[in-house]
Design a protein around this ligand. Structure first.
Ligand code: FES
Length: 129
């Protein structure tokens, strides 16, 4: 049985670089300042609000990662949890997610939406498209 994804609605974008034929516009360049890189916490975990959406941001050995900041279990704040390698742990009940793809570590059907991140000077930017 194929697991059900909880990824966010991409407006029909399939990730293959093509605009969907359904008439929706895919915004490929919607980079928004999230945090200052120089002020990123030592523990590698932070959060911000962009367009009213809480975004959790993590710094691992391979760079920054952003994902939806609300735990799908009961709404814990993932940006106030802890980071163990590439795994974020929710502070409320300990559910764990791979910050690189949002995948829950033991429930295949649970996946938190992730977002692209880039560094521009001292600005950490997130693409919510
Ligand atoms: S709310 Fe995140 S583990 Fe329960």
């Amino acid at each position: 049985m194929r697991s059900q994804s909880r990824r966010h609605n991409t407006g029909g974008y399939t990730g293959d670089g093509k605009i969907p034929a359904n008439g929706k516009t895919f915004m490929a360049d919607n980079w928004i300042h999230a945090l200052a890189v120089s002020e990123f916490p030592e523990n590698g975990v932070s959060e911000c609000v962009i367009d009213g959406k809480i975004i959790a941001i993590f710094r691992t050995d391979d760079g920054f990662h952003a994902m939806d900041g609300i735990c799908p279990h009961q709404g814990g704040s993932l940006g106030k949890g802890s980071l163990h390698g590439c795994v974020a742990r929710c502070p409320w009940h300990g559910w764990e997610y791979d910050v690189r793809d949002g995948q829950h570590q033991s429930i295949p059907a649970v996946q938190v939406p992730i977002y692209q991140v880039r560094v521009s000077g001292d600005s950490l930017e997130v693409n919510l498209s």
